[in-house]
Design a protein around this ligand. Structure first.
Ligand SMILES: Nc1ncnc2c1ncn2[C@@H]1O[C@H](COP(=O)(O)OP(=O)(O)OP(=O)(O)O)[C@@H](O)[C@H]1O
Ligand SMILES: [Mg+2]
Length: 470
């Protein structure tokens, strides 16, 4: 597909910027026949060729000579595929990019019951069956633990779009409807969405499990645990590193992991009442997503209807914007789902033509790490200042103690010397007892020594003080 087919072709083909364009990567995963489908005698109508990246679909109602439809994707995964294969092949490079400061989005799309939640979440108790989201946690924190000259801050948020309302899955009051906002600095964001800083894979997995408990899930005839909302697990990775200019630079990568609700037909799901209402909203937002994809790949379209649904607004950057995107299209092999599977393959095929413009988010204004670093620097300075003052105070106290000690020492020494002399004198003198007489009155206490009696203490002749023998 040439760039001319995408509405961003002017940007894509405009010399220097051309290299920033990157197609959405689309992979398809086919789950095995379910027990119910096996019991119902369903036939397999799909052939998956993982070497060629091709998936072939046979119309069960077509005459045998009608050629089968073949679709080619970046990768295809058959019913034997392992969760690890999908992660390592389709997701790992994208998460790697997020660690380098790119935005990344992985979204699972497909009809109800085809394995979107299985692929994104998987089964947490079985390490082999853990899905994309928990595998990304392990990947992110393993990479961080191996890094040497960088500082990282990882935070996560979890939201769902239920019946066109955004709900915070990490907030106690998750019935509160959150608003979508747009800001020239941060782009589109959800106001008041909680975000949790996590230090390791266990902590972030705990955050995910808390959110999962609040997610809207319900029974339908097509899936016992059908997702009734679109869920987005958002991981923001901030990395600070000293640049060649000697300054610290921050890169921020945002990873959106999206488990969409599946498109569904009321005749097959048997949805009624609340379930039917949910289904109507789900289908509406999925068709808005389809319209955005069509507009993006249709060269004549000048308007992309991102504003038609909350889902498309939230995914705006991931579809034609500043992000690297992987779409995992999930399909089932049963002949009964021929129409839905064909529709998914067409949808996915169209998405392959979307061109994104990913770039490294360097030193963005909303980097929390910078805020934290500034706060730490401020507190450090405060502590240092307090420390200096305390040190100064301690020093002054020490000096004055030392001074008074040494003065006391000196006094002691003087006294000691005096006493020594006095005692020496007292020993030497037989009648060495004297007292101080001033104006004929006894003034000082007795002392011993050989002061010469009747000799004035002062030598200027004006003194009235004499040592007098007792
Ligand atoms: N690759 C797979 N291997 C084994 N079982 C799978 C696979 N994919 C899906 N399943 C099983 O199929 C059932 C439906 O899967 P899941 O709930 O993931 O579908 P979904 O696409 O999320 O549906 P919905 O749109 O209704 O939420 C589950 O029981 C799941 O364990
Ligand atoms: Mg699901």
């Amino acid at each position: 597909m040439s760039d001319l087919h995408c509405p961003q072709s002017r940007v894509c083909t405009a010399g220097r910027l051309r290299k920033h364009c990157e197609a959405v990567r689309v992979v398809v995963r086919c789950r095995p026949l379910s027990r119910r489908e096996e019991t119902a005698g369903c036939e397999n109508i799909l052939e998956v060729d993982d070497k060629l990246g091709q998936i072939t679909i046979r119309n069960p109602k077509a005459p045998p000579d009608e050629p089968m439809k073949v679709f080619t994707f970046d990768s295809v995964y058959g019913w034997n595929s392992k969760q690890r294969d999908i992660y390592d092949d389709a997701v790992r490079p994208l998460v790697e990019s997020v660690l380098h400061g790119f935005n990344g989005t992985i979204f699972a799309y497909g009809q109800t019951g085809t394995g979107k939640t299985y692929t994104m979440q998987g089964l947490s108790k079985d390490p082999e069956k853990r899905g994309v989201i928990p595998n990304s946690f392990e990947h992110i924190f393993t990479q961080i633990s191996r890094s040497q000259n960088q500082k990282y801050l990882v935070r996560s948020s979890y939201l769902e779009i239920y019946q066109e309302e955004i709900r915070d899955l990490l907030c106690k009051d998750n019935n509160k409807k959150l608003e979508l906002k747009e800001n020239p600095d941060y782009g589109i964001y959800v106001k008041d969405l909680s975000s949790v800083v996590t230090k390791n894979a266990t902590e972030i997995e705990h955050v995910m499990n808390i959110g999962n408990q609040s997610r809207s899930v319900g029974f339908t005839n097509m899936n016992e645990r059908s997702s009734r909302s679109h869920a987005i697990f958002l991981v923001t990775v901030e990395c600070s590193e000293r640049g060649p200019d000697g300054e610290d630079h921050i890169r921020v990568g945002k990873l959106n992991m999206v488990d969409l609700a599946g498109s569904e037909r009321q005749s097959k799901t048997g949805a009624k009442g609340k379930r039917l209402k949910e289904a109507a909203k789900i289908n509406l937002s999925l068709s808005a997503l389809g319209n955005v994809i069509s507009a993006l790949v249709d060269g004549r379209s000048t308007h992309v209807p991102y504003r038609d649904s909350k889902l498309t607004r939230l995914l705006q950057d991931s579809l034609g914007g500043n992000a690297k995107t992987v779409m995992i299209a999930a399909v089932g092999p049963a002949h009964k789902s021929f129409n839905e599977t064909l529709a998914t393959l067409r949808y996915a095929s169209r998405a392959k033509k979307i061109k994104n413009k990913p770039r490294i988010n360097e030193d963005p204004k909303d980097a929390l790490l910078r805020e934290f670093q500034q706060e730490i620097a401020r507190l450090k300075a405060q502590l240092e200042e307090q420390g200096m003052l305390a040190k100064e105070r301690r020093k002054r106290r020490r000096d004055s103690k030392r001074l008074s000690k040494s003065m006391a020492g000196m006094e002691e020494e003087i006294l000691w010397e005096k006493n020594g002399d006095v005692w020496k004198m007292a020993e030497e003198a037989e009648d060495g007892r004297h007292c101080l007489i001033e104006g004929g009155q006894e003034k000082a206490s007795f002392c011993y020594g050989i002061q010469e009696a009747n000799q004035p203490i002062c030598t200027d002749g004006r003194c009235h003080r004499y040592w007098d023998p007792i």
